[in-house]
Design a binder for this molecule. Structure first.
Ligand SMILES: Cc1cc2nc3c(=O)[nH]c(=O)nc-3n(C[C@H](O)[C@H](O)[C@H](O)COP(=O)(O)OP(=O)(O)OC[C@H]3O[C@@H](n4cnc5c(N)ncnc54)[C@H](O)[C@@H]3O)c2cc1C
Length: 427
């Protein structure tokens, strides 16, 4: 293979996208779900099992979008710090967000176990590296609080302890969360699609929704393959939301995330670099995330995109990898790909209703955990069960004149990049 490598996700070598098993949409359905990613499928499964007639529509194939393109790190991150959440919502609500992240991670593990999904799920632990030493006492107090509350033993690591997890000299300290693990995302998604179809739901691919209209007590869903009348509609399109769903599009900021994967390095070389085969992140605004592949043979590294030139952006990621592991200079990159993630303006995931349509989106680049959680809760809303989520209590705002093209993003990214450079310089 040339240095140019694949521009399809590494995951697809083993679990590539496929078409849905149903060819054409029916004229009527009890529930139409738009988007066959992890959110849409997690909503479809309990609905189909409860006997609802469910149709999942996707403009692409199953496993072609973010749910099969991601890094497979089950972070369940909240992009606001605890202090920011308390300042904005008060202590009770801040606690509710935090508890929900814990519950949502457990929910993903439970789905994988209960559905018997072979997706390389491992309790790998995730280490966040800090470029500057932090206030270790304050970190330990926070770790103790989380341990007392949830029984999760967070590791506060000094530079010496970091060496047990990585040979990288980039970090001065770190935090280890044992409740964050890893998956093979494409295997998870295809496994979920199988369960959804086995439960009786139709997944119809190559079908684009161009309009959703509320008519009396029902919805008219227009597609390129005809019109469907539905009792309920769930929109689960996240970063791929297009002009057919203008209300959501005006409320999401799409951001491109991209990933490289190295050639096969052999398990010994990978273990030399990351002895405990953890997942990794960085305490920066635009930090990188990286991990061993599930077989332990390669390293995957991802970050936000800065250049639309694929060669340049691949080089930037390779340089980032060398900034972490300088000894990998001789290593070829075999896979490079990208995909959009989506942020609401307040950087918190959303489960909201507008004109009767349920929207589960804005997963802020942490959807492996939030997608199944919000999907499940979206289904609960239709089944008349109590939704167990604080994310349905938030208003989803837009900005005047914003139509979904984030013209301000390059400036914002430059600003965050500048702040990250200041952190790096002050080491
Ligand atoms: C490169 C990358 C790395 C990432 N890394 C991680 C990670 O390590 N950990 C983590 O937790 N998260 C990660 N994420 C984020 C995570 O993948 C997403 O948050 C999650 O997959 C979103 O799932 P979803 O089902 O909501 O959307 P998607 O999986 O994106 O599915 C949305 C679907 O909607 C369909 N659609 C859109 N519009 C229409 C329409 N009009 N009609 C019909 N269909 C439509 C699309 O075709 C698509 O299939 C990453 C994302 C990317 C792109």
């Amino acid at each position: 293979m040339s240095e140019q490598g694949h521009n399809t996700p590494y995951w697809w070598d083993e679990a590539g996208p496929r078409a849905g098993k149903t060819a054409t949409p029916p004229a009527q359905a009890e529930v139409v779900i738009i988007g066959a990613g992890l959110t849409g499928l997690a909503a479809a499964l309990p609905l189909a099992r409860a006997g609802r007639q469910v149709v999942v529509l996707d403009k692409m194939r199953i496993g072609e979008a973010a749910s099969s393109r991601n890094g497979g790190i089950t972070s369940g991150n909240l992009h606001l710090s605890r202090e920011q959440l308390i300042r904005r919502f008060g202590l009770t609500q801040a606690d509710a967000f935090e508890s929900e992240a814990v519950a949502a991670r457990a929910n993903l593990a439970e789905i994988i176990r209960h559905e018997n999904l072979a997706c390389g799920h491992q309790a790998s632990g995730r280490v966040v590296g800090y470029l500057r030493p932090f206030d270790a006492e304050a970190m330990r107090r926070e770790a103790d609080r989380i341990n007392r509350r949830y029984g999760i033993e967070i590791g506060v690591l000094d530079k010496r302890q970091m060496a047990e997890h990585t040979v990288s000299q980039k970090y001065q300290a770190g935090v280890l969360r044992p409740d964050i693990g890893s998956i093979h995302p494409a295997q998870l998604l295809l496994g979920m699609a199988d369960r959804v179809e086995q439960a009786g739901a139709a997944i119809i691919t190559a079908t684009t929704v161009t309009k959703v209209v509320h008519q009396n007590t029902q919805f008219r869903v227009d597609t390129n393959h005809g019109i469907i009348t539905a009792d309920h509609v769930i929109v689960a399109t996240n970063g791929y939301t297009d002009k057919g769903l203008p209300w959501l599009r005006r409320r999401l900021i799409p951001v491109i995330s991209e990933i490289i994967v190295t050639e096969d390095l052999g398990t010994n070389r990978v273990r030399d670099l990351m002895p405990r085969l953890n997942m990794f992140g960085e305490a920066l605004h635009l930090g990188y995330y990286y991990r061993p592949t599930p077989d332990g043979h390669r390293i995957l590294l991802g970050g936000r995109r800065f250049s639309n030139d694929p060669l340049q952006s691949k080089l930037r990621l390779k340089n980032a990898l060398l900034g972490i592991f300088p000894d990998l200079g001789d290593v070829r990159i075999t896979h490079h790909w990208a995909g959009p993630v989506a942020f609401p303006f307040d950087k918190l995931p959303k489960l909201v209703v507008n004109k009767g349509v349920i929207y589960a989106a804005g997963l802020c680049g942490s959807g492996t955990v939030w997608a199944p959680w919000l999907g499940k809760n979206a289904a609960a809303m239709i089944l008349g069960e109590e939704a167990e989520t604080v994310f349905s209590s938030q208003v989803m705002r837009s900005l005047p004149f914003y139509q979904g093209t984030p013209w301000f993003l390059p400036l914002t990214m430059q600003y965050y990049r500048f702040r990250d450079r200041m952190v790096a310089k002050s080491k």
